[in-house]
Design a binder for this molecule. Structure first.
Ligand SMILES: Cc1ncc(COP(=O)(O)O)c(C=O)c1O
Length: 292
């Protein structure tokens, strides 16, 4: 019995045993800290970085209740590998929510749940390039990492200037254009009515896809949020959304709604990370259903 216990502790690395030697407590090997390592900088008193919401306001109690409720209610099968498209329960309530709050025309079957909207750009880029696209335009300026995500699939990326009415259209030539109509990132401009119409006309005339990044659309302090562009032409506009602003970036929950190529995006999602975490998806579905 005692030797079994020693064997067990030794197998788990807690003890180092040698024949006829005193057992020693095992130490965990760690690489030596680099000589130049500096102590971490203290967090800033005011964090004004443009892409982070006020995370101190995260509704921790509501989220915890939703997560616990989701775990209690979930069938055992929810703990297996889920659909790359996402949990049906979330896609269903999200379609309603987006229709109500953003004027989005959403078929739950065309929604892919993501690990953040950032992942949606990668899925779209792969799906577009697989379908023969070669050139994509992005707003200039834009989130600096977006062009890099698009280039991962070998797409050529062109910057399209932005003015006070949002993205400009002069010289726009691409198979798809990634835009932030509700709240241009980082300038904050709203895509004007005439520009919206012209952008949709351009897309129809050039058989191009508009990718609407609706990141940040929920928060406006100067006017009512404008409805999503997607609602004006659901066949021309792919829609990207995220919980990073309304809840927290750490959740890594986003969604992509596609007029076409949903199967291709799903296949890439499966290759990348199989599916997004199911319990968090179910918790978000509960928050949306309860209204919390
Ligand atoms: C314009 C824009 N779109 C998308 C994202 C990424 O959102 P997510 O956290 O959902 O990946 C950011 C993040 O800063 C952003 O600024």
């Amino acid at each position: 019995m005692v030797t079994d216990a020693y064997d067990q502790l030794s197998a788990q690395g807690f003890l180092i045993t040698r024949v006829k030697a005193t057992p020693l407590v095992g130490a965990v090997a760690r690489p030596p800290a680099p000589a130049t390592a500096r102590p971490p900088a203290p967090p800033p008193r005011f964090d004004l970085s443009p892409s982070t919401p006020e995370i101190a306001l995260f509704p921790a109690r509501d989220w915890t209740e939703a997560l616990v409720g989701a775990i209690r209610a979930a069938p055992v099968s929810a703990l297996g590998y889920g659909s790359p498209r996402g949990e049906p329960a979330l896609r269903e309530v999200l379609a309603d929510h987006l229709g109500r709050t953003r004027g989005v025309v959403a078929d739950p079957e065309r929604i892919v749940i993501l690990n953040g909207a950032a992942q949606g750009v990668i899925l779209l880029a792969h799906a577009l390039s697989g379908a023969g696209a070669t050139r994509v335009a992005v707003e200039d300026p834009s989130l600096v990492s977006q062009p890099h995500r698009l280039r991962m699939s070998g797409l050529e990326v062109a910057g399209q200037p932005v003015d006070a009415e949002g993205v400009t259209l002069d010289g726009l030539a691409a198979d798809a254009v990634l835009v932030t109509p509700a709240h241009q990132f980082p300038t904050g401009a709203v895509l004007s009515g005439p520009r919206r119409r012209d952008l949709l006309t351009w897309a129809r005339q050039h058989d191009a896809l508009i990718v609407e990044d609706d990141y940040d659309a929920e928060f406006r302090y100067d006017r009512e949020p404008v409805p999503a562009l997607q609602g004006l032409d659901p066949d021309r506009v792919a829609y990207l959304g995220t919980a990073s602003k309304t809840l927290a970036p750490a959740l890594r929950l986003g969604w992509l709604l596609l007029p076409a190529l949903a199967g291709e995006a799903e296949a890439v999602k499966h290759l990348l990370d199989v599916c997004s975490p199911a319990l968090e998806q179910l918790a978000l579905a509960r928050l949306l259903t309860s209204g919390a």
